[in-house]
Design a protein around this ligand. Sequence first.
Ligand code: NAD
Length: 361
Amino acid sequence: MDLQPSLDFVYQSLPHHVLFGAGKLAEVKSQVERVGSRRAMVLSTPGQEELARRVAGLLGEWCVAIHPHAIQHVPYETVKAAMKDVHQHNVDLLVAVGGGSTVGLAKGVALETKLPILAIPTTYAGSEMTHIWGISKDGHKTTGRDSVVKPACVIYDPELIVSLPPAMSLTSGVNAMAHAVEALYAQNQSPIASMMAEESIRQLALGLPRVVAQPGDVEARATSMYGAWLAACVLDMVGMALHHKLCHTLGGSFGMPHAETHTVILPYAIAYNASSIGNALSRMARALGCEPMQVASTVQELSRQNGGPTSLRELGFEEKNLQRASELAAQKSYPNPRPVVQEDILFLLQQAWSGALPQQA
Ligand code: NAD
């Protein structure tokens, strides 16, 4: 097995402060103090308003507003509405409690106001560790990178993710694993990112089946949250490739659900690239405890055995759209270990649509 990392790299990391552990939410007020804020606004989705109120309670008089209106894909109107509350209450810190959608809303506001963010993630999506933002306007999602949106502080408390239903936990966790997988063969990979990525895959593969079997197991939640944190770190450090491009196309142009789509596509993206990623494949195999030739099928089995989706068909994707999706995904050039050829992408998507066993070349 080729396990030696490439020793030709650039490494850069933006400053951040992370607290990790069961019960760490209790330290939110001291972290707000450390950031130097006295007028925080807590953001959440409508479904997580109760948790937002709990956080506001912990902050006491240092919380001046609660904004429980985050929704998927960060529509620009929701950023404008949150900005109105920011100005009305003279807010000096955004406390985002929730998944990628809530952190995404806080990032949208930070982009306009330069306010700092304290993030308290409750899914495995990973937005809290990145300086990547995304805002939807006129039916189109624009994304970019700006250090101003990277949360200044992140509190990972595995007790807060216990309520995430098993099915969502699995797909959210495989979504995280996809960041780590693509980091291992990123064009700008570094040995540090690869080390974290390999460990991320190991921890997620270990934690997720236990989480699905026992959603209330805080230790298993911590294992998978640790894996997700590592994945989020590498997502911020290096560029993603074919897998993320395909999921972005399927989500952006066909309205496919984010984490579920990642879960279905990942084994096929690995299979597509397998012949061009010897070192990365060996490291994935070591993390998963399988042979390199079995990595794609092992990732698919992780989903299948834990009740996750394995085909685009079961997610409601229409077969007639496969051709168009392959054209869109192949349209723009982007770095990928194996050249992105439209006919080959169509074959990949046909396989993913039917849920066939992913064939590594
Ligand atoms: P989400 O934030 O949309 O949450 C999905 C649903 O789960 C929401 O209704 C939420 O209220 C609920 N929920 C969240 N945590 C819960 C919990 N612990 N218990 C019960 N319910 C809970 O989903 P997500 O997968 O976290 O985020 C997906 C979005 O994040 C996508 O739009 C994606 O593009 C974005 N994202 C961005 C980055 C980045 O770096 N910018 C990285 C990853 C994902």
